[in-house]
Write a protein that binds this ligand. Structure first.
Ligand SMILES: *[C@@H]1O[C@H](CO)[C@@H](O)[C@H](O)[C@H]1NC(C)=O
Ligand SMILES: *[C@@H]1O[C@H](CO)[C@@H](O)[C@H](O)[C@H]1NC(C)=O
Ligand SMILES: *[C@@H]1O[C@H](CO)[C@@H](O)[C@H](O)[C@H]1NC(C)=O
Ligand SMILES: *[C@@H]1O[C@H](CO)[C@@H](O)[C@H](O)[C@H]1NC(C)=O
Length: 168
């Protein structure tokens, strides 16, 4: 009886081990990098403020919808790799923090997939991190993080560098 139980346990452990190996073999790490062009209050702006208190209280409570261009390099004329479509909300009373929630919808010549981002963009930090909470197409099951750096700013517009590390 004891021998049978031992054999069954061994069998189960072996099975779990091979299953674990198969799952980890399917997961790969990919680094995705792009520049995001957030154009505010200029001709052909890529953002629109849809709700909020105006300039009172530092803009706290403002809701902005964006459809920003994502490019390979920092120049707005560099190769287009996709669009950053979503929203950001000024949700801090003490800093310029944005609750950033958007999808990177990639050009199919770059990736046949999208990545979903969600987190606090603490814009006064040189580097900040937001979560990648999912993906579609080639990025199904994506989990990871993006390090964001402000490349340049002009009035309220900004060019941001995204260095994204995902497992999928
Ligand atoms: C705005 O878009 C129009 C139409 O695409 C274009 O002709 C114009 O040059 C753009 N203006 C700016 C300032 O980008
Ligand atoms: C995305 O899919 C299209 C259509 O199947 C294909 O032509 C294109 O090469 C794919 N892009 C990449 C980056 O694999
Ligand atoms: C930036 O803002 C200043 C002051 O409001 C304005 O004079 C200037 O034209 C703006 N620059 C751009 C590129 O929008
Ligand atoms: C991007 O992130 C990866 C992983 O953290 C890092 O190895 C790489 O140096 C970063 N690249 C840039 C340009 O910041």
């Amino acid at each position: 009886m004891d021998i049978l139980f031992f054999k069954l346990t061994l069998q189960l452990l072996l099975w779990l081990f091979t299953l674990g190996q198969r799952v980890s073999a399917q997961t790969k790490e990919t680094i995705v990098q792009f520049y995001m062009h957030d154009n505010v209050l200029v001709p052909n702006a890529t953002t629109i403020s849809v709700a909020g208190p105006g300039s009172s209280n530092g803009g706290f409570g403002t809701v902005v919808i964006m459809d920003d261009l994502l490019t390979e390099g920092p120049s707005p004329y560099s190769k287009l790799v996709g669009r950053g479509q979503g929203t950001y909300i000024l949700d801090s009373l003490v800093a310029v923090d944005l609750l950033l929630t958007f999808s990177a919808v990639f050009d199919t010549s770059k990736y046949n997939g999208t990545l979903s981002f969600h987190g606090s963009d603490r814009t006064n930090l040189k580097q900040r991190e937001i979560a990648v909470v999912g993906g579609t197409g080639v990025f199904r099951f994506a989990r990871g993080y993006a390090i964001i750096e402000t490349y340049s700013t002009q009035n309220l517009s900004a060019i941001l560098f995204f260095n994204v590390t995902i497992h999928h």
